[in-house]
Design a protein around this ligand. Structure first.
Ligand SMILES: Nc1ncnc2c1ncn2[C@@H]1O[C@H](COP(=O)(O)OP(=O)(O)OP(=O)(O)O)[C@@H](O)[C@H]1O
Ligand SMILES: [Mg+2]
Length: 289
């Protein structure tokens, strides 16, 4: 029992996608989509379907505490209020396919099912989430799918703990060809950052590269003291973003996706999530209002 409790606690803090987005919003270093926390099928006391119908367009809905691609779902809200859902996650896609939709609800029943009934289609052992966390989500505006030679790219800058502090090791790029683009682990190829950047920007790739590493280093410098001060021991993390072309300048833009953590351990007592939150607020790096 205590093991599973520890595992639960572990997932709640640095892997909380809401906390991650709030952190990046506060630092202002990378652009990121509009986001909202979803509990079951509600945002605060507003029904999620009602919220979506007031805000047409493409949205990504995903488990708040990370899932390695499980249940990452693209929701398109059409101007007439109809909602269509799609996923590259096989479990989710199958569930959506087989769901007995009521045509009169125009997708509303699918939205409720995908946010409140995950235990019906999740392999909980593989997804590694407690029941309490399983039906919590984050809703995000879809980051645009800029492509070169048919592929989107998602750079991951890799940061590693070393005896003399955290170092940026370099970067790899996920190259994604799937049409939905709400990708799962098996759906990408890996290539070096420079290869991806060249495909987007040709010989002008060096500027984009410097910009990404410069920003990632500043994010690392702000994040590490917050992690350390909260007692969280992290050995490695990735800064994940999507490679986009800035429509105004034609240069690179890197909308933030998430911090990807590996080998996290935390002290045994306390509410680590709220601790981390207050450490961030109190830290000298937090913006002063
Ligand atoms: N706002 C978004 N717009 C477009 N695509 C997104 C968005 N958020 C996520 N995606 C797509 O879904 C993929 C998975 O998202 P994300 O990395 O946040 O979750 P995860 O990998 O399931 O969680 P974790 O890595 O914490 O286990 C991303 O790599 C990206 O392709
Ligand atoms: Mg991820």
């Amino acid at each position: 029992m205590s093991f599973s409790h520890e595992r639960d606690t572990e997932k709640v803090f640095v892997r909380d996608k809401h906390w991650q987005r709030q952190f990046v919003a506060d630092t202002g270093l990378l652009p990121q989509p509009v986001f909202a926390v979803v509990d079951g099928d509600r945002i605060g006391n507003v029904d999620l379907s009602a919220f979506l119908r007031r805000n047409p367009g493409a949205w990504i809905l995903k488990p708040r505490f990370g899932s390695n691609g499980f249940c990452v779902t693209r929701i398109v809200v059409h101007p007439d209020g109809r909602m269509t859902l799609a996923s590259d996650c096989p479990d989710t896609a199958q569930y959506l396919d087989e769901f007995p939709c009521d045509p009169d609800l125009r997708g509303g029943d699918l939205v409720t099912a995908i946010t409140t009934r995950r235990e019906r289609f999740a392999d909980r052992a593989r997804v590694g989430m407690s029941e309490r966390q399983l039906n919590q989500s984050i809703l995000e505006r879809e980051i645009r799918q800029d492509r070169a030679d048919g592929s989107m790219c998602e750079p991951r800058v890799v940061v590693q703990r070393t005896p003399s502090g955290f170092r940026t090791l370099g970067a790899i790029c996920k190259r994604i060809d799937s049409p939905i683009g709400a990708s799962v682990a098996r759906d990408y190829r890996e290539e070096s950052l420079d290869v991806s950047l060249r495909r987007f920007f040709g010989d002008r790739f060096g500027h984009a590269r410097d910009e990404l590493f410069g920003t990632a280093d500043r994010l690392r410098e702000m994040l590490v003291p917050v992690l350390e001060a909260s007692g969280t021991r992290v050995h490695q993390f990735g800064i994940d973003c999507r490679l986009c072309i800035d429509p105004r300048t034609g240069g690179a833009e890197f909308p933030f996706i998430e911090f990807q953590f590996a080998n996290v351990s935390v002290p045994k007592s306390g509410d680590h999530f709220s601790e981390l939150r207050s450490w961030w607020r109190l830290s000298p790096f937090a913006p002063r209002k």
